[in-house]
Write a protein that binds this ligand. Structure first.
Ligand code: SAH
Length: 257
């Protein structure tokens, strides 16, 4: 996997601070063909050309309709090279970041994966195209409920959404082949590491203002930890510090810096 062939500065993305409290989400419309064409361009230019070449990952990114996961006012921007605001001060990551993180996990069709931070459900849908079962946890009630409904409508019977605190993981379904966090804790949560199988992989952004994306592999002896690239995700909050997520500067999920 080629990580970066270009300067990170070139990837600075605009920050969106659009207020979308009453946003509704796009339903399937007659614009399908335009969106399919844009999706193809997104995969070619933003993902394949930047070094994500795994056929299964590319096929999933081509198939899942990102415009159905963003507020309807933003559906026209769904295939742009940028994260987008969803609701409740949260964001869906830039398509390249979704593909990069998915690719880094080296997923097999038989895998069971845990995601922390369901958000819009887009990353969960990409995972569900590639693995057997996806377990995803969201701390914001409205997002957990709306995403669960969206994913059900789209026919994803292998995605299980839980409203709760991702720091705790999903002990009843552990151990997992892979764990993906799409919100950033200050350090890698021990509880989540314990829920990985031996040989299992976890991808997770870590930090506050400066964040690094880490790939951790659980070995027989311990953990291998590799820093992959600088990123900017929303914070992984606890039920006690939900206020941190109200910081408008945090509303930048998955932007390259
Ligand atoms: N994966 C999402 C993007 C997530 S944005 C997508 O594809 O749309 C990060 C999400 O993590 C937000 O929805 C936020 O509410 C959630 N989050 C933050 N802290 C959390 C925690 N402790 N447990 C579960 N979810 C959390």
């Amino acid at each position: 996997m080629t990580i970066m062939k270009y300067t990170v500065g070139a990837l600075m993305m605009p920050v969106f601070s659009i207020f979308l409290a009453s946003a509704s989400f796009a339903q399937a419309s007659g614009q399908g063909d335009i969106f399919a064409q844009r999706r193809q361009e997104m995969v070619d230019r933003q993902i394949r050309q930047r070094g994500v070449t795994d056929k299964r990952v590319l096929a999933a990114m081509l198939k899942v309709e990102r415009h159905l996961f963003v507020p309807v006012e933003l559906s026209d921007m769904a295939y742009e090279d940028t994260p987008l605001p969803i609701r409740f001060d949260q964001t869906v990551s830039q398509p390249y970041i979704v593909a990069f993180m998915t690719d880094a996990l080296g997923l097999e069709p038989t895998d069971r994966v845990l995601e922390i931070g369901t958000g819009s459900g887009y990353q969960a849908a990409i995972l569900a195209e590639l693995v057997k079962e996806v377990y995803t946890i969201e701390i914001v009630k409205e997002l957990a409920e709306s995403s669960e409904e969206r994913l059900k409508k789209l026919g994803y019977a292998n995605i299980h959404v839980r409203l709760g605190d991702g720091y705790k993981g999903w002990p009843e379904e552990a151990p997992f082949d892979a764990i993906i966090a799409t919100a950033a804790p200050l350090e890698i949560p021990e509880t989540l590491l314990k829920q990985l199988k031996t040989g299992g992989r976890m991808i997770i952004p870590v930090g506050s203002i400066f964040q690094q994306l880490f790939l951790v592999t659980k070995t027989e002896k311990g953990y291998d930890k590799k820093a992959l690239l600088p990123v900017k995700f929303v914070p992984m909050v606890t039920p006690y510090d939900k206020d941190r997520s109200k910081d408008p500067k945090s509303d930048q999920g998955g932007i390259f810096r």
